[in-house]
Design a protein around this ligand. Structure first.
Ligand code: SF4
Length: 355
């Protein structure tokens, strides 16, 4: 049975038309789902009873269940969601000064096998459907509501388990509902899709214009990128990636963010920082912004064989970039005590299932 949560509004209107129902009925149902968080057709009180019964018969709503909730000392909340087929994904609520950011998963596992990532150790298991991707937001909102949180969920980042561009159709369908005025109504400026860079798919994401772009760079040279993110680096070699990014369509004042995870002794030396400066010196797109993230070995789950960089190395790396007029932010690692980095909860669950 088709899942109501999978439908962006235009598709839902088509489906209702095929059922002989007017478009405004589809809009009413869509608003119940996404604006009021009501997923049971019986509770959609402005619909006629026969339509409610028909919806319950022909279209289901499959919400994942929360298998585990963990809260960090810094307020980060991590949910392990169990999907209908028993697979599990995680979603992480990160508190900021005046709002929450939610980190969303898009695939169960991931085929890219980046060496520093817990999700990479799982391999690709399956794609998440749009409704499953969006359910993470419904659960996060409910958790905040139940706790009477004063901070609202305002930002979304597609940075959890999976490579979003390897599930692009479903990610785009979920972005339609996320940014639709009758749906979740997030501003496109508050939604970021993070990718290692997948040729052609990158262009499709840009054309859709539904989110900002973050690129997981993590190495300043093709050689080093091949070492720590072999599949991504081979699928789109660094010179080609930078070339594609220079042509990436941006809205006024929009910039591409580059993510760079500092791995102790691997990519965190002054020579690496200078290579990075060189890489960006020929970048003729928008002025890049670099987010540096100091790697933290996972508190739970498999050991990945990497170590944290020293605070001195992080400081020096940052300074070398700043001195060359590159916008650089040092992102604080949150939820460290609960293993909130990408894929760690799911991986820990696999390795140490709850009794
Ligand atoms: S870092 Fe992202 S792309 Fe790489 S293995 Fe992990 S989830 Fe996949």
């Amino acid at each position: 049975m088709a899942d109501l949560l999978d439908y962006p509004l235009p598709k839902l209107e088509e489906r209702f038309a095929a059922m002989g129902e007017p478009a405004y009925r589809a809009r009413q149902v869509y608003q119940w789902l996404w604006q009021k968080g009501v997923v049971d057709p019986e509770k959609m009180t402005n619909l006629a009873k026969p339509l409610r019964a028909r919806l319950a018969e022909e279209l289901s709503v499959v919400l994942p269940t929360v298998a585990r909730l963990q809260e960090s000392g810094d307020g980060t909340i991590k949910l392990l969601l169990e999907l209908a087929d028993g697979e599990a994904v995680e979603t992480v609520l990160i508190p900021e000064k005046d709002h929450y950011t939610l980190c969303l998963s898009t695939q169960v596992g991931c085929a890219m096998a980046c060496a520093f990532c817990a999700t990479g150790t799982l391999g690709f298991i399956r794609q998440m459907r749009p409704g499953e991707i969006l359910s993470q937001i419904l659960h996060a909102r409910r958790v905040l509501e139940e706790r009477g949180s004063e901070l609202a969920l305002r930002n979304l980042v597609f940075m959890g388990m999976g490579e979003p561009l390897n599930n692009l159709d479903n990610v785009l369908a979920s972005l339609e509902t996320i940014t639709s005025e009758l749906g979740l109504n997030f501003s496109t400026r508050r939604v970021t899709v993070s990718t290692v860079g997948v040729p052609d798919k990158l262009e499709r994401l840009g054309e859709a214009g539904l989110a900002s772009l973050a690129v997981s760079l993590h190495a300043p040279t093709q050689e080093l990128r091949e070492r720590i993110m072999p599949r991504a680096a081979r699928a789109c070699p660094l010179p080609e990636l930078m070339d594609r990014l220079m042509r990436y369509p941006l809205k006024p004042r929009q910039r591409i963010t580059f993510e760079y995870i500092l791995l102790g002794g691997i990519n965190d030396s002054p020579a690496h920082a200078r290579d990075l400066v060189r890489l960006f010196s020929s970048f003729r797109g928008s002025k890049p912004k670099i987010n540096l993230i100091a790697f933290n070995p996972p508190a739970q789950g498999p050991s990945l064989g990497f170590r944290a960089p020293s605070p001195e190395d992080v400081e020096q790396f940052q300074e070398l970039l700043r001195n060359k007029d590159i916008t650089v932010m040092l992102r604080k690692s949150k939820g460290q005590d609960i293993g909130a980095a990408c894929g760690q909860l799911r991986a820990a669950h696999e390795f140490a299932p709850e009794p």
